[in-house]
Design a protein around this ligand. Structure first.
Ligand code: AMP
Length: 305
């Protein structure tokens, strides 16, 4: 099965303790698509301005990502400028310029409307809802969001989560949305409002998957050097959703596997700027890293006293 994503298609300018990159390929939809394309076919919906360097999307097209849902409009592309200081877990947003996203009305190409796996990546919740209305009978709908939208579009976001099966957000966003400092309570608060599954990412401290009757935890891969954390969340989501779409299996055991694939993808993207690493790696690299995850967490619980 393929996976449909709507989200930002951006130009990012990023500063980390290790360097800076200006106007590089970014955006939640681009990171998600690059990551998910290692598992399955991806259909992308979004908008860019007349200034977008379309040739930068060629490597993604070469990976089979279908850009039939990407509109190019008169005006400026979405731009995000962020900085990471010593704590690589949290980005400081220096500037968000919505550009053409502020008056975009997504139109899902007819060949995308029967998508079974849908990811509403980080973007205005009104656009996420708009996309959802146009999809016919999805098997699984997941969404992501961030502080920017929790602050500016809270009511729309609460409306959106009524209609999704799963939400991904980081620990700070979960606390901000729910006003619960305890993450178990925060997950419960969200589950009471719609999603059956809540994925809370904690950067270098791993990720929790909360469901009504169980909790699963995956550590983050212990990398020796993290170069640029931008896109880790979207790449995590791409690995997670891509795996589910590829296997078309929503059993709890498979959701757990999907969390590990997501964690592996998050660990690759932070090894370089923009989507560079996602374009370099192969399925073998991903499988090796997933095996390392298994090694990392397996232990023998028998006591030889
Ligand atoms: P993350 O996976 O959370 O690190 O997402 C990073 C990407 O999110 C960057 O490439 C940005 O272009 C994009 N981004 C930042 N702010 C926003 C926003 N308010 N809406 C949509 N996308 C955003």
């Amino acid at each position: 099965m393929s996976v449909l994503v709507v989200g930002s298609v951006a130009l990012d300018s990023v500063e980390t303790p290790f360097g800076r990159a200006d106007d590089v390929l970014g955006g939640s939809a681009n990171y998600f698509a690059a990551s998910a394309s290692h598992q399955t076919e991806v259909q992308l919906v979004g908008v860019v301005g007349s200034d977008y360097p379309m040739e930068k999307l060629e490597p993604l097209k070469a990976r089979g990502i279908d850009f039939a849902g990407l509109e190019q409009m008169e005006g400026e592309s979405f731009r995000w400028r962020g900085r990471y200081r010593h704590d690589l877990n949290s980005a400081e947003t220096l500037e968000t310029r919505l550009g053409v996203f502020s008056h975009f009305k997504p139109k899902i190409p007819v060949q995308f409307t029967d998508a079974k796996y849908v990811f509403l990546a980080n973007i205005d919740p009104r656009l996420q809802l708009e996309v959802l209305r146009q999809v016919k009978a999805p098997t699984l709908v997941a969404c992501d969001t961030m502080n920017f939208w929790i602050e500016s579009r809270r009511a729309d976001l609460i409306e959106l989560i009524k209609h999704v099966d799963l939400i991904t957000l980081n620990d700070g966003e979960a606390r901000q949305l729910t006003e619960c400092s305890n993450l178990v309570q925060a997950a419960r608060w969200i589950m009471e409002r719609g999603p059956k599954t809540v994925l809370i990412k904690k950067g270098e401290h791993g990720a929790f998957m909360f469901m009504r009757d169980e909790i699963f935890f995956a550590p983050a891969y212990p990398l020796e050097s993290v170069f640029d954390p931008t896109g880790a969340g979207d790449s995590f989501a791409g690995g997670f959703m891509g795996w589910l779409a590829r296997t078309n299996d929503l059993s709890t055991a498979n959701l757990r596997r999907a969390v590990i694939v997501g964690s592996a993808m998050g660990s690759f993207v932070v090894e370089g700027f923009s989507i560079t690493r996602l374009l370099e790696i192969s399925r073998d690299d991903i499988e090796r890293r997933v095996a390392e995850f298994q090694q990392l967490v397996s232990f023998d619980r028998t006591l030889n006293a």
